[in-house]
Each structure stands twice: as structure tokens, then as C-alpha cells.
Design a protein around this ligand. Structure first.
Ligand code: SF4
Length: 403
């Protein structure tokens, strides 16, 4: 079980949009960002609904122009999750977003650094009890252009690290900025320090964790397409979360942000940091022993479970009985395929032996019945899962157990 680092807690939201805690005893939250224009009000609302339906706890929107902050006045009353304004370059956008009723502000120290302007934003947020994320981003640190010189000015700290120069600049930038907040006695702060480099991300958050107890927003910036961005994101985020760091996460892909939410939630589920909503599907990778179209079956099962199962029922789809019984230990419901057939077990008991074309419907039917029994209090998830025995006789499965 992950032992989480103790951080301060900030609250994001209001009565109408719900409250999301970041830090302290709050579960790690998942956020994402809309990909369209905020001033395209209908499309923006639709995208926020879509992200919330996928499980986003909060949604961030870009507000590069005044028409975007004006749009927030119409958007915020029509959505159900807290909204964060992502502010760059123009501190006025933060002031307008606060006025429009936004629930949290993100400031980038790399492009809003005027002390008086930052102070104005802090005071406006303090008056409305709104948290601010200080979002340091490797890509927008001006000094990185002259990083060797800047590293020397900073005393060469971290220079034995491969990323020492950038890490030093990011930490120095953060500390300069934090000083403005602390002078205002403002502590409703969330911190992020993003880079494209997973190792730099790990080092940056570790360093920040050693220096302060503000909650951390974890993320990798411009991680790329989902196909490769998943690895780039999950490596550092998984490492940090498993080490107890991180209070809210955003995975960023050059793709539909719904994937960001889905993958963020899955990461938290597998680490035991959030309670799973919906079924958990495990499946074997298939091999030369397979005698059904396992990949197709797994995808069909995944879609059907997502559509029909509300409870975190653990479902295993195994290609044969060779390793299946051991590998699906812990599953509430399991199917062992073989010889164009499937044998279905519920809570360790064999309940069906059906031809391949009936596997999907029979499995789903058993999942639904099991869900109903759990909801009626007749049984519990995770009970009677460990003593699944190989189906007998094995010859009925085409002798697949020989391997
Ligand atoms: Fe191969 Fe059977 Fe293992 Fe699937 S369960 S990978 S088919 S041995």
C-alpha cells in the first residue's frame, strides 16, 4: 500500500460544482484540459461534460483572450465540475477569470513574473478563497536559453545531475515565485514542475517535496501522441505516486483528452490510490496454445463491461487452462477459453461451458447476475476467488494443458 506524503490540503470548487480536495487526506484527483476554444461556448461545455463523464474531477480551460474569460461566465453555471483557468502571459486574464467565477487559477512563473501583477492575482484569489497552482514548466523558462551561465549563478546546484542546469533553474524560479505568495501569507497553493523528460520530472518533484509541503500536481509536458506519450507519462507519474508523492495528476496527450482521464484513473486504480469504478478486466497475452480469437474477445468484453457493470468486479479472460487458474487468482469471474469453447467460473464455481460464439453473452450475463447479487447483499466482491481449479476433464478443452 502506498504511504502518501503529508501535504497541506486545498479545496477547489463550490456547492454547485462539488468540492475537490487536493493534498492532505483527499484522494489523488484526476484532471484534464479542454482541447478546443473556450470562447466556443457550446463546444467547450460539451467537452467539459465529456471529460466529467469520463471521470475527471476538475477540468482546466485555456483563457488566452478576453473573449475566453467572458465565455467563462456562461460556461461555469452550465457544468458540474470545478473549472480551472489556465493563465499565461496576461495577468488580467486571471483577474477576469476570478471575476467570472472560476474555481482555481494556474499561473506560469515563466511568463507572468511581475511582482505587482502576481500580488493582484493572489489578493483576488485570497478574497474568494481560490487556490492557485504555480505551474513551472521547463519549456517556458526564459533562462534555459542561457542555462550554463544561469546554473553558475545558482551555484551549480544539482550539477552532478544530468539535468542539473534545468532542475536548478526550475527550483530557483519556483522559490522566487513562492516568496511572493509567502509575503502575502497565501498558502492555498498547488505546485507543478513539468518537463518533457521523465527523469527530470522525477527529480524536480522529489526536490520540491523535500523543500515544502504544498500539494503537488504531477504531469509531463508535451508528452506527445498517446501511443508514445503513455510511457513517457506513466513512468514518472507512476514512480512518484508509488513513492507517495502527488496529490492531483494530469496526463497530457496529443489526442482526445478523454484518454488522459481514462489513463490517469487507471494509473491510480492499479496503485490502489483510488477505488475503482466499474469492472476490472485482466486477460492473458495469448500465445501459441490459443484456440479462440482472444484479442477480439477481450476487446468485446472490455466494451460490454464498461457499458453494463457498475461495480469493481474483477473479470479474467484467459486463453487456456495452462496458467489460467493461477494467473486469474483473485478474479470474481473468469473464463478459460480453448478448443473453440469457454468455461466460465463465478466465485470459483464452474457455471457454464459454452461454444466460442456464446462466450461474450454468457460471460456478460454472469457478470450482471453477480452484480445484482452483490448489490442485494447476497455476496461480496473478492470473496471465494482463490480456489479456482483447472477445468476437468482437460481433454474437453482439446488437450491444451499439455504445454
Ligand atoms: Fe498462452 Fe494459455 Fe497463458 Fe493465454 S493462458 S498466454 S493462451 S498459456
Amino acid at each position: 500500500m502506498v504511504k502518501r506524503r503529508q501535504t497541506r490540503k486545498v479545496l477547489v470548487g463550490d456547492k454547485a460544482h462539488g468540492w475537490v480536495g487536493i493534498g492532505g487526506d483527499a484522494p489523488v484527483s484526476v484532471q484534464s484540459m479542454t482541447s478546443g476554444y473556450t470562447h466556443d461556448i457550446g463546444a467547450c461545455i460539451a467537452e467539459i461534460h465529456k471529460l466529467a463523464a469520463a471521470g475527471a474531477d476538475m477540468v482546466r480551460v485555456a483563457v488566452p483572450e478576453k473573449k475566453d474569460t467572458l465565455a467563462l461566465k456562461e460556461i461555469i453555471p452550465q457544468v458540474q465540475v470545478p473549472i480551472i483557468a489556465d493563465v499565461h502571459f496576461h495577468f488580467q486574464r486571471a483577474m477576469e477569470a476570478i471575476e467570472a467565477g472560476v474555481h482555481k487559477i494556474r499561473l506560469n512563473p515563466g511568463n507572468i513574473s511581475d511582482r505587482a501583477e502576481v500580488k493582484d492575482v493572489i489578493q483576488a484569489c485570497a478574497a474568494r478563497k481560490l487556490p492557485i497552482r504555480i505551474g513551472v514548466n521547463e519549456g517556458s523558462i526564459v533562462e534555459r536559453k542561457d542555462k550554463q551561465k544561469r546554473m553558475k549563478e545558482l551555484g551549480g546546484v544539482f550539477s552532478d545531475n544530468k539535468h542539473g542546469h534545468l532542475l536548478a533553474i526550475m527550483i530557483a524560479k519556483l522559490e522566487e515565485y513562492l516568496e511572493i505568495f509567502q509575503a502575502e501569507n497565501f498558502h492555498d497553493i498547488v505546485i507543478s514542475a513539468k518537463s518533457i523528460d521523465p527523469l527530470l520530472v522525477i527529480d524536480a518533484y522529489r526536490e520540491i517535496s523535500n523543500r515544502c509541503d504544498y500539494p503537488l500536481h504531477l504531469g509531463v509536458t508535451h508528452a506527445g501522441p498517446k501511443e508514445t506519450g503513455t510511457i513517457r507519462s506513466i513512468v514518472p507519474l507512476g514512480h512518484l505516486l508509488a513513492s507517495g508523492m502527488g496529490d492531483t495528476i494530469r496526463i497530457s496527450y496529443a489526442n482526445d483528452p478523454v484518454y488522459e482521464v481514462q489513463d490517469g484513473l487507471e494509473l491510480l486504480y492499479v496503485l490502489g490510490l483510488r477505488t475503482r469504478k466499474g469492472a476490472e478486466l485482466i486477460a492473458c497475452p495469448s500465445c501459441g496454445r490459443i484456440q479462440v480469437d482472444l484479442f477480439k474477445l477481450v476487446q468485446e468484453v472490455r466494451k460490454e463491461l464498461a457499458a453494463h457493470i457498475r461495480l469493481p468486479i474483477k473479470v479474467a479472460v484467459m486463453g487456456c487452462v495452462v496458467n489460467g487458474p493461477g494467473e486469474c487468482e483473485g478474479a470474481d469471474i473468469a473464463i478459460f477459453a480453448g478448443d473453440r469453447k469457454g468455461i466460465i467460473y463465478v466465485q470459483g464455481q464452474k457455471v457454464a461451458n459454452v461454444p466460442e460464439e456464446q462466450i461474450l453473452t454468457t460471460l456478460l450475463d454472469e457478470c450482471r447476475k453477480f452484480q445484482a447479487r452483490v448489490e442485494a447483499g447476497q455476496t461480496r466482491l473478492g470473496e471465494k476467488v482463490v480456489d479456482i481449479l483447472p477445468p476437468q476433464p482437460l481433454v474437453q478443452l482439446g488437450g491444451l494443458a499439455k504445454g
